[in-house]
Write a protein that binds this ligand. Structure first.
Ligand SMILES: Nc1ncnc2c1ncn2[C@@H]1O[C@H](COP(=O)(O)OP(=O)(O)OP(=O)(O)O)[C@@H](O)[C@H]1O
Ligand SMILES: [Mg+2]
Length: 364
């Protein structure tokens, strides 16, 4: 089911929770809605689900206007953050619950429950009550229940937030598998960029009720539309340096160091910008025989020094002082550079993004 929002807003007493959002969720795809707490994700999902009416704007499913349609007539499944299973019902009856007022007979219903239980892999648990299940198992039962009536659209609000790290990774792979197996259109709300990056076909990044960027996980990472996106996506986040071109070469805006990097087209000489560059897009090379004392000339292109280093998974995380700025750098541990060493800093030109200092819009 294709879901389209056209200039949709939702205003509460004083808050514009969703502000003029126009977006399309593609049919048969998994789209994540990603953003910090309070940015309007749940409100947006509730608008799609019909739980709350929009203040203005239109919503359409497969080209049909559903703005005034109540939730039960929208043909969708909703998995709430707290699972909301019926505690007194066994797993099988929880899954069958949405089918109770349908024309399905007892046998067809049992077959449907068995099919769904197999899909989410809880076949062994049908006789248990929710209190006898782990968080991940409850999550699966909630998904099975939301799929009982074969909806064309599934909405999930923070489905992973109550799970520990390992279960979380497992469950998000499960959600991806179930989405692929059923071909359902899935909108998944999360505040966790790693979850969004790991499972989505497309990511909708929200901030203060508005859309910052809609793109594939690769593109929100490698081609951020705003400084907010560059900062929000990636762990550790991108470095931010105030820079300006001088005679075609970039220097820090406080003139404390020159960078070994040509100014991009789109940035005029002397025009200040914020450059975002990811920790893995910076290369360090130790400068021979200069492990203590001050680096050479203050204005030399590579007047940098390692001030800290710690393991970060399969990489080493360096902190490097460059003029008045500090950089986070991720590098392979093959040739470790000692703390105190003078280094050359090389920034990958096609991996540096430039934004206006005030609003954060992309310049180059
Ligand atoms: N029923 C309501 N009445 C008044 N304000 C509300 C209501 N629901 C949400 N808001 C406000 O709207 C904004 C968006 O809330 P929403 O719950 O959509 O955010 P969210 O992105 O889901 O956050 P979280 O990640 O914390 O769940 C917040 O400022 C919130 O306080
Ligand atoms: Mg929420």
């Amino acid at each position: 089911m294709r879901v389209e929002l056209q200039a949709v807003s939702k205003t509460f007493a004083r808050v514009k929770a969703v502000d003029q959002v126009t977006v399309e969720f593609s049919s048969g795809r998994l789209t994540s809605v990603l953003g910090p707490s309070g940015c309007g994700k749940t409100t947006l999902l509730n608008l799609v689900g019909g739980i709350a009416p929009p203040t203005s704007g239109r919503i359409a499913f497969d080209g049909r206007d559903v703005t005034e349609l109540p939730p039960e007539k929208r043909g969708l499944g909703y998995v709430f953050q707290n699972y909301a299973l019926y505690p007194h019902l066994r797993v099988g009856d929880n899954i069958a619950f949405p089918l109770r007022f349908t024309s399905m007979d007892r046998r067809a219903r049992a077959a449907r429950v068995a099919e769904l239980a197999e899909l989410v892999r809880v076949g062994e648990l049908l006789g248990r009550r929710p209190s006898e299940l782990s968080g991940g198992q409850q999550q699966r039962v909630a998904i099975a229940r939301s799929l009982a009536k074969s909806p064309g659209l599934l909405l999930m609000d923070e489905p992973l937030s109550n799970l520990d790290a390992r279960l979380r990774t497992e469950m998000r792979a499960e959600i991806r598998r179930i989405q692929s197996a059923t071909g359902i259109t899935l909108i998944l709300v999360t505040h966790d960029q790693e979850d969004a990056m790991a499972v989505s076909d497309s990511v909708v990044v929200m901030r203060d009720g508005r859309l910052e960027q809609v793109a594939s996980p690769l593109d929100v990472y490698a081609d951020p539309a705003s400084l907010f996106v560059a900062d929000f996506i990636g762990n550790p986040p991108a470095n931010q340096l105030r820079v300006r071109p001088r005679l075609g070469v970039l220097e820090l805006a406080d003139a404390s160091a020159r960078l070994d990097l040509a100014a991009p087209a789109g940035l005029a000489d002397g025009q200040e910008a914020v450059m975002a560059v990811r920790p893995e897009s910076i290369q360090l090379t130790a400068v021979d025989g200069a492990t203590d004392g001050a680096p050479d000339a203050p204005d030399s292109a590579q007047a940098a020094r390692v001030v800290a280093c710690s393991p970060a998974g399969r990489d080493l995380a360096y902190t490097v002082r460059l003029g008045g700025a500090e950089l986070n750098v991720l590098a392979s541990p093959d040739r470790p550079i000692p703390v105190g060493a003078a280094v050359r800093v090389a920034i990958a030109a096609n991996r540096a993004y430039f934004f206006a200092p005030d609003g954060g819009g992309r310049l180059a």
